[in-house]
Design a protein around this ligand. Structure first.
Ligand SMILES: C[S@@+](CC[C@H](N)C(=O)[O-])C[C@H]1O[C@@H](n2cnc3c(N)ncnc32)[C@H](O)[C@@H]1O
Length: 333
């Protein structure tokens, strides 16, 4: 009799046992993976609070990176919840948790809607996007994202993509280059920078981040060379990775895909990105055109949850890369 009761007890709790076992195994494997600091997640607590996670919900982290946000989401999901982690970078995939509640999707997040349909979800309960590049990108010299190293001009997040920074720098017209530096880098000297690039490449192609930085040094603002170089490199990276187009498509898909009450949480690092996010939340479109019903109520499918947030002073001091972050949270109506 006692034996039978014990057996029933174990049988009825087998799912919980398996779940706890997978949690311990996962935690051990994550600890091993985290010994190399791929990326420190920004505004982790604020972003998680924004997602308002339901333990049995379906969530998408569109920018897995080092998985800091994803792991914290998994910690709050129960055995019936599921998280899809997107990243277009192969390096990010190597850090994906081995957890049956997690699926890594190696893809650009612009295809979010297609992937969710493929996995059988008409709606999801929350979407997180922490835009831009990871510390891993900036710290790995050979990826060509940083002016701190001399490396081939690459800057692709997706190693399978055909457009590289080398192509942009050597093949775009002077006017195209000036537009990119002005729009995506907000560089005051955008025309002079573009002209200098075109003049230099007429003698020989510009191959490395070092050559490009050296070429720019006499043109950039005195005393603010590093800031201007950072803006210039940011502009090239945004162009190489088609970041604005991907963001536009993703915001449209996310708005449609969220279930009523579902949350959209977006961390941006650039004013153009932030404007798009702000507009889609306010009006349901990227231009910020507001439409109202006959009673004057907004027809936007999203409503803002609280105000835009920035990292605390402590976080900014502890993680200087968080400094330009802006967090916006919205709920599907
Ligand atoms: C700022 S990091 C995210 C860091 C992550 N939240 C963490 O805690 O480690 C951005 C990541 O998103 C990826 N990414 C950026 N744009 C993407 C896009 N359009 N589609 C898929 N992945 C993208 C980058 O490769 C990078 O790994």
């Amino acid at each position: 009799m006692i034996l039978k009761n014990k057996f029933d007890f174990i049988k009825s709790n087998i799912k919980t046992f398996l779940y706890l076992y997978s949690q311990i195994a996962n935690c051990m494997s994550n600890c091993a993976k985290m010994s190399y600091n791929y990326h420190t997640p920004v505004m982790l607590e604020e972003a998680l609070a924004g997602l308002n996670i339901r333990p049995d919900g379906v969530y998408a982290d569109l920018t897995f990176g080092g998985g800091g946000h994803s792991r914290a989401i998994l910690d709050r999901l129960g055995p019936d919840g599921h998280l899809y982690g997107f990243d277009q970078d192969l390096d990010a995939m190597h850090g994906a948790p081995e957890d049956e509640r997690f699926t890594f999707v190696r893809s650009n997040f612009r295809y979010l809607q297609n992937w969710m349909t493929y996995y059988g979800h008409e709606t999801v309960d929350g979407i997180l996007a922490d835009l831009g590049v990871s510390s891993h990108h900036l710290d790995e010299a050979e990826r060509g994202f940083s002016f701190r190293f001399d490396a081939p001009l690459d800057m692709r997040m997706n190693q399978r993509a055909s457009l590289t920074a080398r192509k942009v720098v050597n093949e775009y017209t002077e006017a195209q280059l000036a537009d990119i530096f002005y729009l995506y880098g907000e560089l005051k000297q955008s025309r002079r920078v573009a002209a200098a690039i075109v003049k230099a490449r007429n003698s020989a192609p510009i191959e490395t981040t070092g050559q490009l930085s050296e070429l720019m040094n006499p043109i950039l603002g005195f005393g603010r060379e590093k800031k201007d170089l950072a803006r210039m490199f940011q502009a090239l990276r945004i162009e190489v990775n088609g970041e604005m187009k991907a963001l536009r498509q993703m915001l449209h898909s996310a708005t449609q895909l969220l279930a009523p009450g579902g949350r959209l949480v977006v961390l941006t690092y650039h004013s153009l990105e932030d404007r798009m996010v702000k507009n889609i939340i306010k009006s349901g479109n990227l231009e910020g055109r507001t439409s109202q019903d006959i009673y004057g109520r907004s027809l936007s499918p999203l409503q803002s949850v609280g105000k835009m947030q920035v990292p605390s002073t402590e976080e900014q001091e502890g993680n200087p890369r968080s400094r330009s972050a802006k967090l916006r949270i919205a709920e599907k109506i």
